[in-house]
Design a protein around this ligand. Structure first.
Ligand SMILES: Nc1ncnc2c1ncn2[C@@H]1O[C@H](COP(=O)(O)OP(=O)(O)O)[C@@H](O)[C@H]1O
Ligand SMILES: CC(=O)OP(=O)(O)O
Ligand SMILES: [Mg+2]
Length: 402
C-alpha cells in the first residue's frame, strides 16, 4: 500500500509517502512557515530528486494541496495521480484515556480529539486542522489517527496518578499520559535485529532526545513508565522546555514578575531548557561548538541536560528491577556522541560501559555502542515515527476491508 503520513504542527507539516510493501520512502519533505510570508515547501524523492519552493501558503489545506501537487509533478515522477495513494495516516499527539491504539478517523473520533484540545493546546489543534485539511483534499481515502500517547496506555496507576487530590483524576482526567509513543515503540521493536530472545524478556530504557525529549521504561514488551506527563513539559531538560521543576517556582515567578498564565506557559515551554540556561541556543550542535570556545553557560546547559537523563536512567533501572538495553534515539540521541558519553559516564557501577570508539563513529545505521563486557547493551537506533504511522494505517485499512 502507498500511505501518506502527515505530522501537522501549528505552522508546519512534515510528510512522507511510504510504500509499505517494501518500506521504501517514495517521497518526504515538509511545509514550513504556514500562514507566514515566504512559506517553504520541500520534497526529496527516493529517486534522488528534490525541490524547494518558496511561496505563500496560507493554511493547512493549501499546504497539503501543495504537497500533493509536488508528488504528481512531471519531473519528480513520484506518483502519476492521487489515486495511487491508498490511505493517509496522521500523527495525533494527545489521545487522552479513550485511545489506547490507532484508529480510523470518524466524526466521533474528531470530536474526541477536539475534547482533548485542553490537554494538549499546542499540539492537538494543529493536528485536527491537518486532518480536516487532508480530508478535504483526499475525501475518498481512509484517514487513520496514530496517537503519541497510545504506547503509554499500559502504564500502571502508580506511574500515572499524580500525588494531588484524586478527584482531579476522576473529574478532569488529570494524570500522566506520556508522549513520543510511536518513537519509543519503534526503537524497541528494532531490538529484534540484535537479540535472538523474545523482546518481552528484556528490560529496556529508551531515550528519545530531540527538540522534545522523553524516556521510557519498557518491561514485558510494554511501556511501564515515561518521563513526560500530563503535557510534553514534564521530565527531561529539552531544547526550550524546562522539564521537571519545583511547581512552586511557577507561582513564585508569576507573582514576582506579574506574569499572565500565557506568559508563564511560554516561559516554561519556549524560553527554558537549553536556551534558557545557555542564553545561546536550543540546538545541541551550537552548544557543543560554544563549549569548544570555552563558553561557561553552554557547558552548564549541557551538563544539566545530561545529568537529568542520567538520573532518569537510574530511576528507570530501579523501576524495572534491572536493565538489559539502553537505546538512544532522535536528533540528539542519534548524533551527539558528546551527550551519550556524558550520560553514560559514571554508570559503570550499573554495568553500563560505553565503547568510546564505537560511540564516536559517525554513522546513520542502527548499532551497538557498548563494550563486549558491558552488562547493559547500549544502542543507537534512528527513530522512524512515520513508519509506525504507516504500518498502523495499513493494518487498520486492511481490517476495515475484511
Ligand atoms: N549532529 C548533531 N549533533 C548534535 N545534535 C544534533 C545533531 N543533529 C541534530 N541534533 C540535535 O537534534 C535536535 C532536533 O532533533 P529532532 O529529533 O529532529 O527534533 P524534533 O523532531 O523534535 O524537531 C536539534 O535541535 C539538535 O540539537
Ligand atoms: C510531544 C512532543 O514533545 O513532540 P515533539 O518532540 O515533536 O515536540
Ligand atoms: Mg520530534
Amino acid at each position: 500500500m502507498k500511505i501518506l503520513t502527515l505530522n501537522c504542527g501549528s505552522s508546519s507539516v512534515k510528510y512522507q509517502l511510504i510504500d509499505t510493501s517494501t518500506g521504501e520512502k517514495l517521497a518526504k519533505g515538509s511545509v514550513e512557515r504556514i500562514g507566514m510570508a515566504q512559506s517553504i515547501l520541500s520534497i526529496s524523492t527516493s529517486q534522488g530528486k528534490s525541490k524547494k519552493i518558496t511561496k505563500e501558503i496560507l493554511d493547512h489545506t493549501m499546504a497539503i494541496d501543495g504537497i500533493l501537487h509536488l508528488m504528481v509533478d512531471k519531473e519528480l515522477k513520484v506518483i502519476s495521480s492521487y489515486d495511487a495513494i491508498d490511505a493517509v495516516g496522521h500523527r495525533v499527539v494527545h489521545g487522552g484515556e479513550e485511545f489506547k491504539a490507532s484508529c480510523l478517523i470518524t466524526n466521533e473520533v474528531k470530536e474526541k480529539i477536539k475534547e482533548n484540545f485542553k490537554l494538549a493546546p499546542l499540539h492537538n489543534p494543529p493536528n485536527l486542522r491537518g486532518i480536516e485539511a487532508a480530508q478535504r483534499v483526499l475525501s475518498d481515502k481512509p484517514h487513520v489517527a496514530v496517537f503519541d500517547t497510545a504506547f503509554h496506555s499500559t502504564m500502571p496507576e502508580h506511574s500515572y496518578i499524580y500525588p494531588i487530590p484524586y478527584i482531579f483524576y476522576k473529574k478532569y482526567k488529570i494524570r500522566r499520559y506520556g508522549f513520543h509513543g510511536s518513537s519509543h515503540r519503534y526503537v524497541f521493536s528494532r531490538l529484534k535485529n540484535f537479540y535472538d530472545r523474545d523482546l518481552k524478556e528484556l528490560k529496556v530504557i529508551t531515550a528519545h532526545i530531540g527538540n522534545g525529549a522523553s524516556m521510557c521504561a519498557i518491561k514485558d514488551g510494554v511501556s511501564v513508565d515515561t518521563s513526560m506527563g500530563f503535557t510534553p513539559l514534564e521530565g527531561l531538560v529539552m531544547g526550550t522546555r524546562s522539564g521537571d521543576i519545583d511547581p512552586a517556582l511557577i507561582l513564585y515567578i508569576m507573582e514576582l514578575q506579574e506574569l499572565s498564565k500565557q506568559e508563564a506557559d511560554s516561559l516554561l515551554n519556549k524560553h527554558s531548557g537549553l536556551i534558557g540556561i545557555s542564553g545561546i541556543s536550543s540546538d545541541v550542535r551550537d552548544l557543543e561548538e560554544e563549549i569548544q570556545n570555552n563558553s561557561y553557560r553552554a557547558k552548564l546547559a549541557l551538563d544539566i541536560y545530561c545529568y537529568r537523563i542520567k538520573k532518569y536512567i537510574g530511576a528507570y533501572a530501579a523501576a524495572l528491577g534491572g536493565v538489559d538495553a539502553l537505546v538512544f534515539t532522535a536528533g540528539v540521541g542519534e548524533n551527539s556522541s558528546y551527550v551519550r558519553q556524558k550520560v553514560c559516564e559514571g554508570l559503570e557501577f550499573m554495568g553500563i560501559e560505553l565503547d568510546h570508539e564505537k560511540n564516536n563513529e559517525k554513522s546513520k545505521k542502527e548499532r551497538k555502542i557498548s563494550t563486549d563486557k558491558s552488562k547493559v547493551d547500549i544502542f543507537v537506533i534512528p527513530t522512524d515515527e512515520e513508519y509506525i504511522i504507516a504500518i498502523d494505517t495499513e493494518k487498520i485499512v486492511k481490517e476495515k476491508k475484511e
